[in-house]
Design a protein around this ligand. Structure first.
Ligand SMILES: [Zn+2]
Length: 385
């Protein structure tokens, strides 16, 4: 038995589609989100929000900071619920010419579509409008809209978390069809290994040479990479070095990253990578300097958490099948959870993101708006039980 959602019924699919196309056309690649911010400075107050920006962008030379917006509920005894997404797109959307064919929205193939993640932004705005029009009682709503997410969750990392009043929320930013609920995300760290041998000229002083490349190759050939176990991945993605074809290389940089649902396994794998490279260097009279750099922490939301339960109930209320998953991908969800904003990622069904073939179905777009509205409604119902 589901109770339906009066708020979701008020989601207007045509209005949402128009809004998405309008938002997608606003050019806002990472660090250059000013035009999106300007749009929201007008649109959010019309929906009853007050808003402020933090100064995160000053840490990376961006145009504008993260946007935190607040709307009072009809019942202030309900804890606020936040919705988050990023304002930037991976590439410009300037000149976007959307094409809708067989129920799927895509670009004409000369730009990205920007469904990642303007589709979520449009859905949130339409959902709030629908909640207001439906007259359903609801708690306070907060929007946490980050900048510079695409290059590595940078805006979220520098966010002024004192500006956020909510403790729990949702981020629609995954490729699963609407109904996907991601409870678990990985820990991730980068490892940089500066392998040192000794540089020499092959014809002048080759006897002094100790090839850093050969040391690195020996280390790499003993390194476990790829799928380490069912919850750990490791990769070497960068090798940089060398000067001239006549020079025995004295140094080389080898860098990679590890992801795991388990912090323990993450640390163990990083240690393994360091150790095999150290061994190879020692054997050849070279050395290695290792730097490990944390990317983000993992998160793990319980199945009986109110966020999970509300998401499952809200999906059923709009006749969408909820399904629980986990991901080894990183998202703002990792960084927000680490900073005390408990949240999970939801699917909105965009496909082929970060490419000119990016697309989203009208059905998924509409359902993202409906589910967002149903979440606001169900959050209230759950607290009033
Ligand atoms: Zn995204």
């Amino acid at each position: 038995m589901t109770q339906g959602s009066k708020a979701a019924e008020k989601v207007n699919a045509d209005r949402l589609l128009d809004l998405f196309l309008e938002l997608a056309k606003i050019n806002g690649p990472s660090t250059k989100e000013q035009l999106v911010a300007d749009y929201l400075k007008k649109a959010l107050p019309e929906l009853g929000f007050t808003l402020e920006f933090d100064e995160a962008h000053k840490n990376f030379d961006g145009e504008v900071g993260n946007l935190i917006a607040w709307r009072e509920g009809t019942d202030s005894s309900i804890p606020p619920l936040f919705f988050s997404t990023h304002m930037d797109t991976v590439l410009p959307t300037e000149g976007l010419k959307p094409v809708i064919k067989d129920g799927v929205i895509q670009s004409d193939g000369t730009t990205i579509l920007g469904a990642d993640d303007r589709a979520a932004l449009a859905a949130y705005l339409e959902a709030v409008r629908a909640v207001i029009e439906s007259g359903v009682p609801h708690g306070p709503i907060e929007f946490i809209l980050t900048v510079n997410e695409q290059p590595g969750l940078v805006g979220a990392r520098y966010m002024d978390y004192s500006k956020a009043k909510s403790k729990r929320g949702y981020i629609f930013d995954s490729s699963g069809d609407v109904g996907q609920i991601i409870l678990k995300g990985p820990y991730s760290s980068r490892i940089w290994m500066e392998v040192e041998g000794n540089a020499a000229h092959i014809a002048l002083n080759a006897e002094e040479g100790n090839s850093a490349f050969l040391i690195a190759a020996a280390g790499l050939s003993n390194m476990k990479l790829g799928a380490i176990d069912e919850e750990t991945l490791a990769n070497i993605g960068i090798i940089k070095g060398g000067e001239l074809t006549s020079i025995i290389p004295g140094s080389v940089t080898v860098a990679g990253e590890v992801r795991s649902f388990s912090k323990e396994k993450l640390d163990k794998q990083l240690k393994h990578m360091e150790e095999v490279m150290q061994e190879a260097a020692e054997k050849s009279g070279g050395s290695v300097k290792v730097k490990i750099e944390k990317k983000y922490s993992g998160f793990d939301i319980a199945q009986d958490d109110i966020l999970t339960q509300t998401a499952e109930a809200a999906a059923r209320n709009i006749k969408v099948n909820p399904y629980l998953t986990e991901t080894l991908g990183g998202a703002d969800t990792n960084v927000l959870n680490e900073n005390g904003l408990t949240c999970l990622t939801l699917g909105l069904g965009f496909q082929n993101i970060h490419s000119f073939r990016e697309c989203i179905s009208v059905e998924n777009l509409t359902n993202t708006g409906r589910l967002s509205a149903a979440l606001i409604e169900q959050w209230y119902v759950h607290h009033k039980k």
